[in-house]
Design a protein. Sequence first.
Length: 293
Amino acid sequence: MVVKHTGLDRLILALNAIFLTCAVLVVVVPLVYIVVASFMDPTVLLNRGLSFNVSDWSLDGYQMILSNPAMIRGFANAVLYSVSFALLTVTVSIFAGYALSDERLAGRGFFMIIFIITMFFGGGLIPTYLLIRNLGMLDTVWAIILPGAVNVWNIILSRTFFKGVPRELKEAANVDGASEMKIFFQIVIPLSKPIIFVLALYAFVGQWNSYFDAMIYLDNSNLHPLQLVLRSILIQNQAAPGMISDQLAMAELKRLSEMIKYSAIVISSLPLIIMYPFFQKYFEKGVMVGSLK
């Protein structure tokens, strides 16, 4: 069947196409710029801008970063922290959300109030630091993994998802003599892949991009994650005004800074770019949790 569009329909479709094209360009252009700039000689980039001539490209930035032992160690630390944090956060959120979705749980409303209060009220940085110190977690991986592992918003999302699981499935399993744990692991969990993968992606990305907690709680440079290592490298390669009198040294320092900056951005973004296609099929359904009754 051919749909006939009125003049107003065609105008709206044209405006939508223009808007979506602009939105795509806003996302794609910076990505292309960063990727191409990471392969370019900084002198050419600073003097002439982007060039798609391969003779103007260089791998020196990647070689400098990958030859730095601190980068390799930081990458490994970031993977450890992000994977561990995602596993812990998802586990806590799924168990808590499933329990809170069950109307038979005594005090369910009270527990939800306590959880929600923590979303709006917190002690702040200094009390949190004192708590981490008194628990003996300073300069340990636990200072990065444990705080924030209980995410109330994730628990609410999980509870909302589990409320949508048909009650008849659990009732039928009860009739067949299945225990609550068997129902949870063999019936509910296989149906919960969308919310599990979405929560895991959120947690992984948040922890991967985080550097502030590591900067506060970790003094041992061997424990620093990738983002903190990148921050240190970029700061060390930035010339402070008035610190260098030799203009040649200033120009070389600026060249090195530009060479490292774009390469570091690409390397730190690769794991997220690689992960997304595997999570995409679950992402749309997971992010729509709670939107429909």
